[in-house]
Structures are given as structure tokens and as C-alpha cells.
Write a protein that binds this ligand. Structure first.
Ligand code: TPP
Ligand code: MG
Length: 279
């Protein structure tokens, strides 16, 4: 499918604004990781995935699992933008009884395929789902996004080994490599560099991209799997809190509890970005 890059950039700008709308509702949220992976989720939901927002359980759909569940505002924003639920629901984010809690819940919101938030489980779930779909004779693929700070969880490495062993080539993982986790630089807390070589040595096919460049994300997803018989992983170099000038690349915006002034500044800035990216 030919991609309209400008259109996708415009959608991403609208989705970033929705993230801040949710922060206004809940009073706080995991801003940094939501904004770093948002361009990836935009391309997946508006270009790559075979899915039907009006029929979320469509059996032949591709699946998406947000392993790093704390980035859920990114997922809620693209699901909303795609029509899985109405915009007003964004204003319930973080409130008692909401379908949009601080980590995604598949029993509450259409489009969520798995409950995540305890880091280190999404890849195992995605690999099992992909294998199951293959055994059922389906052409569906399973996509997942992990954080770079999530990667040291030991369960990931069991899944990485098993996915290669079972040749699960309908599994595609992104590492949202923003270089930071909750309390510092990922390389200082648990250095797994070079991540690409580790995946290769386990038997995965690997590509490296700029994960905030829509054109590059589209390009890397054009031909899947990267190699027949191997799971695919994309090491996506991203910027934490991408799109908000005062927050980009700063650890203190991992979890954001904005002042009134800062929230208004963010809203103004993202409203401007929507206008600048309009097509
Ligand atoms: C098992 C587990 N341990 C700890 C946490 C707390 N936690 C939430 S976010 C986070 C950092 C994750 O870093 P990364 O995956 O790089 O995400 P990002 O930088 O995008 O926020 C941690 C440790 C958790 N959610 N689950
Ligand atoms: Mg990170």
C-alpha cells in the first residue's frame, strides 16, 4: 500500500495532542514513553495493520500488543483516532472506573489485545499469539512494542530464544530505544548494547531506524518478514517526549504531573503542530 507520509505526520500530530488531553483529564501520566513510540503506533494503525476499528475482533486481523503498557496514552490516542471509541472517552483517562486506566485493559476497551504494564511479558504473549495464529493457518501478523528499559527483564530473552527456535516469522517487534528508562540512562542501568547484535545472535532478523521518522518507519515495514523463517525486530532510535520542545529527551518527563502553565504551554504547542502538519 502506498503511504501518504504527510497524512501520517498529520495524524501523529493529532495523536500527540490527544495524549496531552488525557494528561489534562488524569492530572498526570507517562508522557515521555508515550510520545517516543507514537510515530511507530501511528504508522502501524494507519498504514500497516490489517484491522477493522468497527469490528475489533475481526478474526483475520493483525494483532498489536503494547508490551511497555505504561506508554498506553499512545495506544489510546491512535485507537481513538482510528475510530475504536469516541473522543469524549479520552476525558475519562485516569479517573475512577474509566476504560482508559494507566495501563491497558483488554476487558475494558476495544482494540486492546492484552493486559500489560508489568514489564517483560508482552513479547512472550505476542510470540505465543503469533505461533497460535500460524498453527490455525491464519496469515495474521503480531506486532509488539517494547521499551529499551524493559528489555533487561529476563522473560524477554526466553521469548527471543523461543521465537527464533520456532521460526515465528509472523512476529514483528519494535524496541522503542529512547535511551532512557524510569531512573536514568538505559545503558547505565543495564547496558545491553549492541542490541542489534544480541538479537542477531539469537536468530532474529534486525533493522535499525529513526523511530520518529514516519517515512523510515513506513519503509522498514514495507517487506515483512525481513527474512523468511525468522522473527523481525526493529531497533527504533527515538526521543523521549518527542514533539514537546521543553520535555524532549529529559528524564524528568518520564512521568509528567504538569503545572497549569506547563499544561497550557503543551496544549498551545501541539495545537500549533496540528496546524503546521495539516494536509
Ligand atoms: C516488572 C516491572 N518493573 C518495574 C516497572 C516500573 N516501570 C514503569 S516504566 C519503567 C521504565 C521503563 O523504561 P522503558 O521501557 O525504556 O520505557 P520508556 O523509556 O519509554 O518510558 C519502569 C521500570 C514496571 N512497570 N514493571
Ligand atoms: Mg526507554
Amino acid at each position: 500500500m502506498a503511504a501518504d507520509i504527510k497524512k501520517l505526520e498529520s495524524i501523529a500530530a493529532n495523536c500527540r495532542r490527544k495524549v496531552v488531553r488525557m494528561v489534562r483529564s488524569g492530572g498526570s501520566g507517562h508522557l515521555g514513553g508515550a510520545l517516543s513510540c507514537l510515530d511507530i503506533l501511528t504508522v502501524l494503525f494507519f498504514h500497516t495493520l490489517n484491522h477493522q476499528p468497527s469490528n475489533p475482533k475481526y478474526p483475520d486481523r493483525d494483532r498489536f500488543i503494547l508490551s511497555a503498557g505504561h506508554k498506553c496514552m499512545a495506544l489510546y490516542s491512535v485507537l481513538c483516532q482510528a475510530g475504536y471509541f469516541e473522543e469524549e472517552r479520552l476525558d475519562t483517562y485516569g479517573k475512577l472506573g474509566t476504560a482508559l486506566p494507566g495501563h491497558p485493559n483488554m476487558r475494558k476497551l476495544p482494540g486492546i489485545e492484552a493486559n500489560t504494564g508489568a514489564l517483560g511479558h508482552g513479547l512472550s504473549i505476542a510470540a505465543g499469539m503469533a505461533l497460535g495464529l500460524r498453527l490455525d493457518g491464519k496469515a495474521s501478523r503480531v506486532f509488539t512494542v517494547l521499551g529499551d528499559g524493559e528489555l533487561p527483564e529476563g522473560s524477554n530473552w526466553e521469548a527471543i530464544a523461543a521465537a527464533a527456535h520456532h521460526k515465528i516469522d509472523n512476529l514483528i517487534a519494535f524496541i522503542d530505544d529512547n535511551g532512557l528508562q524510569i531512573s536514568g540512562k538505559t545503558t547505565e542501568i543495564m547496558n545491553l548494547e549492541p542490541i542489534s547484535d544480541r538479537f542477531k545472535s539469537f536468530g532474529w532478523a534486525v533493522k535499525d531506524i529513526d523511530g520518529n521518522n514516519i517515512k523510515e518507519i513506513v519503509g522498514v515495514l514495507e517487506n515483512l518478514p525481513f527474512e523468511k523463517g525468522k522473527p523481525s525486530v526493529i531497533i527504533a532510535r527515538t526521543v523521549k517526549a518527542k514533539g514537546l520542545s521543553f520535555a524532549e529527551g529529559k528524564l524528568s518527563y518520564h512521568y509528567w504531573k504538569p503545572s497549569k502553565e506547563e499544561l497550557e504551554q503543551a496544549e498551545r504547542e501541539l495545537d500549533e503542530a496540528i496546524k503546521a502538519k495539516a494536509v
